[in-house]
Every structure is written in structure tokens, then in C-alpha cells.
Design a protein around this ligand. Structure first.
Ligand code: NAP
Ligand code: GDD
Length: 340
């Protein structure tokens, strides 16, 4: 049987790497489209042992021609648009380029699909950040969108334009509204990986303390490896639609620190409030976590908690790895890497 061909934009990022691995196992031919710099050391693909099985193409989501050329070269069955300026904090410093890539990038791909390969199935990486500060305790596909950053506002645009192309041109276009998902392949700027790596360095006496921002913000944290299966399932349905993927459990940044410390056998105690809050190592009385306000955001999303019941019912999807095992997996992998 002829292999299906999938295009993954941002295929060298966290999700793109897990999705590449997943699709290779399903016998797809996988085209990873990225900026060349994004894959300079290919550490994620090496970790998953897939580097030699992928086809790499240079492309930039802000460059219409580079997208057009890809669609001239290959006839795709499925397109996963995962590329984005994905770091919320940076979007406050680079709002215009974030909008150009994260908002208009999706439109560029949709336009090329409309012109060249209208029957391709398209997945857009939408985000729980679009929901922002919600008045409902738990959020599903119908949540009111109240975005709180240039990143989230860009994702609202790409989410809405995906729906508009589905409705206007009968295109098979889906959005996955994914709540936070992490892994040992998470970028080090995101809080979970910053905590797991930082605490491992403290454990190995390579660092004294770690500086964080808002400890009170709560996120619904799942495992990226589970979520890429949900993306694929969305494109295997008869009809295109949007789905929330989440765990339906929410924890604060402080609680994530506590989980990692437990796995590392570091007994900590929190003292103080607000900017003066600190975590002490009970054993040697040293401060190991401090607050640095430079990590605060101009506007914050306080709490996210996802309702994935639609994905459970229609896609038969549910998360397998929850925060306790996720934090353990991340800490164990960071320890291994640091000891090398
Ligand atoms: P990631 O690791 O940051 O991956 C994003 C990839 O996009 C990176 O390889 C990045 O390259 C690339 N990229 C950035 N700008 C580009 C451009 N102009 N042209 C081509 N490629 C570009 O993010 P992720 O965690 O895998 O997330 C995948 C997607 O899901 C993103 O769209 C993200 O916004 C969305 N999302 C993620 C989560 C989550 O919790 N992980 C939740 C909801 C939605 P560089 O590294 O070189 O910048
Ligand atoms: N990055 C970071 N660094 N965040 C910190 C820190 C710190 O030192 N201290 C506290 N935080 C808080 C942030 O203020 C935020 O409330 C929370 O930790 C999570 O931050 P990130 O890990 O940077 O993720 P995010 O929730 O802003 O965005 C991620 O999830 C979105 C889905 O909801 C990204 O993956 C987005 O691309 C994704 O759309």
C-alpha cells in the first residue's frame, strides 16, 4: 500500500518530535518543515531515535513562497501546523513577529491548501491560552475566549481562521485546543522543564538556587506523548471539528516544584509571601527557590482546567500520564542528562 504523507510544521519542536515518532510508527512518510536553525543539533529527534527516518525541508511560516514550494513538491494527506512563536512571555517583547508567525502563518498555510490541495486534512495547534481568565471553573470547546497575551490573541486568530476555512470552503480543517503538555523534550524556557532541570542541578550541586515568577498560577498539565495521538485521531474522523485535550486536573507552579522535590528526595519548606516567598532545603537550611519579578508577565492567566469529555466520547482519547508520573519522568531524564 502507498504510504500516507504527512507534513509537520515545527517538527523539531517538542510536539513535532513526538508526532513525527508517532506517525513513523503508523508507517507515514513524514516531512519535517522547519527553519534550519531550529534543528541544528536535532537533540529531540536523536532522543527518540528517529533522525534518520525523517525528510527535512527548510521553510519559514512567515514566508509564503517557502510554504507554496512545499505544496508543489509533495502531495500531502495530512498537514499538522505546529510551528509557532510558542513562548507566551516572549510574545510581550515581540508582539508583531509573534502575530506574523503564530496568527498569519496559519492563514498562509490555509491559503496555499485552498489554492493547491483542497482535500488535504489540516490540523491547527490551538491553545488553552486563548481562553485566558475564564469565568467558568472548567473549560471546554465552547469556553468564552478572553486572551491575555499577544501569543494568545494570535492563536485566537489562527483558531478562528481555521474554522472560517472549514465553513467557507468545506475544507477538512480541525483545531486542537490543547492545555499545557510537557515532557523531557520540553524547551528549557517553559516553567516545568526549568524547574525539573534547575532542581536536578541543585541536587547535583551544580547550582545553588532557582529563580521563578508567579508560583500561584495553575495549569492543567499533561504529557506531550499522549496529546500527539489526539491530534492524529482528530484527522481520522469523518467530519472535521475542534476538540479540547487536557487532563481535567489543575496544579500550581508551587505544587509542580513540590512534586519534583519529592522525586529528588529534597525536603523543602515554603516561607514568606508574594515576592518574598522562598523555598528552603530543610536538611541544610539553604534557600533553593526565590522569586524574581522579571519572570512575572504584564498580564497573567491565573487558572486553566480542561474538560476533555468530547475527545473522550468521539475520539476515544484520554490522557495516560498524569502530573505525578510526568514530573518523575522529567526529573529522571534531566538527572541522567546532567550526570553524562
Ligand atoms: P515548540 O517546542 O516551541 O515548537 C514550535 C516549533 O516552531 C519550534 O521548532 C520553532 O522553532 C518553530 N518555529 C517558530 N517560528 C517558526 C517560523 N517562523 N517558521 C517555522 N518554524 C518556526 O512548541 P510545542 O510545545 O511543540 O508546541 C507545538 C504547537 O502547539 C505550537 O504552535 C504551540 O503554540 C502549540 N501549543 C502548545 C502547547 C504546549 O503546552 N506545549 C499547548 C497548546 C498549544 P525554534 O525553536 O527555532 O523557534
Ligand atoms: N516560563 C516561566 N518561567 N513561567 C513561569 C515562571 C518562570 O520562571 N515562574 C512562574 N511561571 C508561570 C507563568 O507565569 C505561567 O503562569 C506558568 O508558569 C506556565 O508558564 P509556561 O511554562 O511558560 O507556559 P504557558 O502556560 O505560559 O504556555 C504554554 O502553554 C500554553 C497552553 O496553555 C506554552 O506551551 C504555550 O505555547 C501553550 O499554548
Amino acid at each position: 500500500m502507498k504510504k500516507k504523507i504527512a507534513l509537520i510544521t515545527g517538527g523539531s519542536g517538542q510536539d513535532g518530535s513526538y508526532l513525527s515518532s508517532f506517525l513513523l510508527k503508523k508507517k507515514y512518510k513524514v516531512i519535517v518543515a522547519d527553519r534550519r536553525n531550529s534543528r541544528s543539533d536535532n537533540w529531540r529527534h536523536k532522543y527518540l531515535g528517529i533522525e534518520d527516518h525523517l525528510i527535512y525541508e527548510d521553510f519559514d511560516l512567515s514566508d509564503f513562497d517557502s510554504i507554496f514550494r512545499l505544496f508543489k513538491k509533495y502531495k500531502f494527506h495530512e498537514v499538522y501546523n505546529l510551528a509557532a512563536q510558542s513562548f507566551v512571555k516572549s510574545s510581550f517583547e515581540t508582539p508583531i513577529s509573534t502575530a506574523n508567525v503564530t496568527a498569519l502563518g496559519a492563514l498562509r498555510i490555509l491559503e496555499v491548501i485552498r489554492i493547491t490541495q483542497k482535500n488535504v486534512k489540516f490540523y491547527q495547534a490551538s491553545s488553552s491560552e486563548m481562553i485566558g481568565n475564564s469565568s467558568s471553573k472548567i473549560q471546554n470547546e465552547n469556553a468564552f475566549l478572553n486572551p491575555r497575551s499577544p501569543y494568545a490573541i494570535s492563536k485566537v486568530f489562527s483558531h478562528n481562521i481555521t474554522k472560517n476555512y472549514r465553513d467557507s470552503y468545506s475544507m477538512f480543517a480541525c483545531s486542537g485546543i490543547l492545555f499545557n503538555h510537557e515532557s523531557p523534550l520540553r524547551g528549557e524556557e517553559f516553567v516545568t522543564r526549568k524547574i525539573s532541570k534547575g532542581l536536578c542541578e541543585i541536587k547535583l550541586k551544580k547550582r545553588e538556587f532557582l529563580e521563578l515568577g508567579n508560583l500561584d498560577s495553575k495549569r492543567d498539565w499533561g504529557f506531550a506523548g499522549d496529546y500527539v495521538e489526539g491530534m492524529w485521531k482528530m484527522l481520522q474522523q469523518k467530519k472535521p471539528d475542534d476538540y479540547v485535550l487536557a487532563t481535567n486536573k489543575s496544579y500550581s507552579v508551587r505544587q509542580f516544584v513540590n512534586f519534583c522535590c519529592k522525586h529528588l528526595d529534597i525536603n523543602i519548606q515554603w516561607r514568606g509571601k508574594g515576592k518574598n516567598e522562598k523555598a528552603f532545603n530543610v536538611k541544610n537550611k539553604k534557600v533553593i527557590i526565590k522569586i524574581n519579578p522579571k519572570y512575572y508577565r504584564p498580564t497573567e492567566v491565573d487558572t486553566l482546567l480542561g474538560d476533555f469529555s468530547k475527545a473522550k466520547k468521539i475520539l476515544n482519547w484520554k490522557p495516560k500520564v498524569l502530573i505525578e508520573d510526568l514530573s518523575k519522568m522529567m526529573v529522571e531524564e534531566d538527572l541522567k542528562r546532567l550526570k553524562k
